[in-house]
Design a protein around this ligand. Structure first.
Ligand SMILES: O=P(O)(O)OC[C@H]1O[C@H](OP(=O)(O)OP(=O)(O)O)[C@H](O)[C@@H]1O
Ligand SMILES: O=c1cc[nH]c(=O)[nH]1
Ligand SMILES: [Mg+2]
Length: 211
């Protein structure tokens, strides 16, 4: 497993506004999309490509095309849905599948309540979107599920990660073909397993509070 923190002043600036508790939902959504596009630029550095023959108005030449099937993008509902537009803006031909997962706030266990993905992911490159990596339980389950379906490589794009969750994933997935791309590794988890300093509940800030 590899971990990549994108170190860029615009990422740091947008993330700071996102963290601010006074940033309203519409601005939060917009900034999430913008941040994802910046992170996705790094996260797709090893996207699979192949030579393609084209003709410019001047001559024939060999260019670069995405290998088919194109990457599969999997937002984890709810909060990951706020990242989808920012990702597909960069890779418009990507296919999109969905995983609905929620962390039980008492047991901290991740449960899967919805799934709409191809049955066979053999050999596929998969990009998972979830803004928050806290205990790591949600991503661990999602990654396990995708490998079981045959995925060859998984790149997770997150906004914030906690050192506790990252350590658990690093232990369990040491040899796996997984990359976690983040805007920041924060200080720690608090007693409710929320990321500190964090940004609060990403789903609630994007879409409002549900119980
Ligand atoms: O690393 P973990 O400890 O598993 O926590 C992280 C998960 O918690 C949040 O989702 P949540 O369960 O709040 O669902 P939501 O997106 O519907 O708000 C977040 O988007 C992650 O999926
Ligand atoms: O800080 C956290 C932890 C889990 N889920 C969130 O949305 N935020
Ligand atoms: Mg939530």
């Amino acid at each position: 497993m590899r971990v990549l923190v994108v170190d860029h002043p615009l990422v740091a600036h947008k993330l700071t506004v996102l963290r601010d508790k006074d940033t309203p939902s519409p601005v939060f959504r917009q900034l999430t999309e913008e941040l994802v596009t910046l992170l996705a630029y790094e996260a797709t550095r090893n996207v699979r490509v192949e030579p393609v023959n084209i003709e410019t108005p001047v001559t024939a030449t060999v260019g670069t095309g995405l290998v088919k099937p194109t990457p599969l993008v999997v937002p984890i509902l709810r909060a990951g849905l706020g990242m989808l537009e920012g990702m597909t803006r960069l890779v418009p031909t990507a296919e999109v599948g969905f995983l609905g997962m929620a962390r039980n706030e008492e047991t901290l266990e991740a449960i899967t309540y919805a799934e709409r993905l191809p049955d066979d992911l053999t050999g596929r490159q998969v990009f998972v979107l979830d803004p928050m990596l806290a205990t790591g339980g949600t991503l661990r389950e999602a990654i396990k599920f995708l490998f079981k379906r045959g995925a060859a490589e998984i790149v997770c794009i997150c906004l914030l990660g906690a050192p506790e969750g990252l350590s658990i994933l690093e232990e369990e997935l040491a040899e796996a073909n997984v990359t976690i791309v983040l805007a920041s590794i924060d200080e720690r988890l608090d007693e409710k397993a929320y990321i500190v300093p964090g940004l609060g509940d990403a789903g609630d800030r994007l879409y409002g509070v549900v119980n």
